[in-house]
Each structure stands twice: as C-alpha cells, then as structure tokens.
Design a protein. Structure first.
Length: 127
C-alpha cells in the first residue's frame, strides 16, 4: 500500500526526462529497499506488541494487586492503597492506587464478565 504511493509521489515531483537508465533503477531500488525496511520494522513492532498484549497477568491476593507484562515493570498496588476502581463502558477497568501514576489498566480483551467480576467482588470485601 505504501509502495505505490511512494512511486506516485516520486514520479509526480520528478520529471521523467531527468531520470535515465541507471538513475531510474537506483531510484526504484531505493524505494523498494525503503519499503522493505518499513515492512520489517512494522512486523517486528507488531510482534512485540502482540507479545506484550498476550502476556498481561493480573494477580489479586489478599494483600495486593500485581500486574505483570512481558518487557514491562511489574505494578503492585497494596490493598490499603487502592483508592478507586473505574469500570469503562467497554468492560475495561482502571484501578487507581495512592496516586494517579500508580494505576493498573485492565484492557477489555482481558476481561471476562464472570472472572473479572468475581475478582472485583473479592476486592470489594477489602473495603
């Protein structure tokens, strides 16, 4: 999708008469190589994001909440530091700790209505 757009932009801004033989092939190969680099970087980024996305773990113990994710530091909120649990309309949750910077976001794809509600009922008993 990006490659045809690059070709169109190059040929709109460059005059065809200015490009001859080797110069034209160099330009085409440069565009192809740039496209391959962009595709490779996009692939690696999406693969890393998928691994991060799938590795989400929320552990609820009697003393704390712990969020674990691949390539991310663990977030721990002690029981007494939980100030607020916010439920969004798309079944995602926000758990606010003693400061807004100490928060755990539980994405909607993680949440199953029964499992997460059970966990938060367990949390309600904390207060």
């Amino acid at each position: 999708m990006v490659m045809p757009l690059l070709f169109v932009l190059v040929f709109l801004f460059l005059n065809h008469d200015d490009l001859h033989g080797k110069e034209l092939y160099r330009l085409i190969w440069t565009i192809i190589m740039l496209e391959l680099i962009v595709l490779f970087i996009t692939y690696k980024s999406l693969k890393k994001f998928k691994r991060l996305f799938e590795s989400f773990r929320l552990t609820v113990t009697e003393h704390e909440l712990i969020r674990r994710q691949h390539d991310a530091p663990d977030i721990m909120i002690a029981r007494q530091d939980v100030k607020e649990i916010i439920k969004a309309h798309n079944w995602s949750y926000g758990i606010i700790g003693d400061s807004k910077l100490n928060a755990i976001i539980v994405p909607a794809h993680i949440t199953t209505k029964t499992g997460l509600n059970y966990c938060f009922q367990k949390l309600d008993r904390w207060w």
